[in-house]
Design a protein around this ligand. Sequence first.
Ligand code: SAH
Length: 388
Amino acid sequence: MSSPAVTISQRGVERVVSGHVWIYRADLLDANEAGPGAVVCVQDRKHHFWGQALYSSKSQIALRLLTRDERPFDGAFLAERIATAASLRRQVASEAQAYRLVSAEGDLLPSLIIDRYGPCFVIQTLTQGMDRLKPQIVEILEQTFPPRSILERNDVAVRGLEGLPEQKGTLAGESINEVEVEENGLRFVFDLMDGQKTGGYLDQRENRLAARPYSRGRALDCFCYTGGFALHLARQCDSVLGIDSSPEALLLAHRNQQLNGFTNLEWKEANCFDFLKAADQQKQRYDTIVVDPPAFARQKSQLEAAWRGYKELNLRALKILNPGGFLITCSCSHHVSEADLLAIIAEAALDAHRTVTVVERRTQSRDHPILLTVPETHYLKCLILRVL
Ligand code: SAH
């Protein structure tokens, strides 16, 4: 085989045996001649072959396993992996116009994100190795679909850990910044070039739909971004108020509202912590509340602060919910497990003197697959709770 070989320690071997796909720098004994981003053969001290991986010369995650097979990881192999990912989407997202076509480790394509928004594809290549494969990825997409436009949203801080620049722009096809697509029968404009993430939070698509049947009366969508949950609730509710700290997001939320002809929606630019506190002090009451904050624990060291943040938000939300009302509450920090989130809500419920039942325990949409032996791929939790 022509790929350079790298040698890992016994602890590295144990990681591979446990089914994980990341091997840390501390478990790398010898990178030999491997260049930044090379596809390498992974071996132990006794030259036993363990698989092929993307090598990073900078990141603490030195190796990301691509395959445990000896077949060379070439363009055809890459195309097959993308085709396998696409076949799952035909099964679980056949009705969706916007969905995640490739979800990195969850599709055995570590550090590669491909989001589809109708005719436009947005990619992120987050490691040296995946970044090197970018031209091949673009070519595969052009041959398979063909897209009207392929953009990159590589303007993300994690690329810094790899020594890669932050950049965004059109890679192929037309220069399209905005696209209008349908989600669950509603129209949404996505700003692919300047919006958050790749334009939208596609991982909540199924949860937005799931929230709808529980919603009624006076509703609040905390951390509403461009109105994803709020618009889903609008048909069922008398009124919906969406809160977000981003004025750009709220401009799009307003446009999305108009696009769908709703007149019972309002938007407010605010910090949700402050808003909820004031709402409680003013004795405001709601029948349906969505709480979908950004990740509070991006690292394990932030877990304690994250716990406090989630508790405060949920405590305040529970306090202002009418009896019989529903709270749809989420966490996208993979460090906060579902058990943690349930424990946080239990504390919050006791402090708020509310009796709460768990009606649904949900996770990210199925086009964001969870790789069983890589816990990091199970990051989103969404609980649907009823206050008695
Ligand atoms: N629910 C949305 C996604 C929310 S993402 C959807 O379904 O599309 C989290 C949002 O929280 C982002 O829009 C971000 O602008 C906003 N945000 C972050 N911190 C905030 C804060 N303290 N108060 C209000 N909004 C905040």
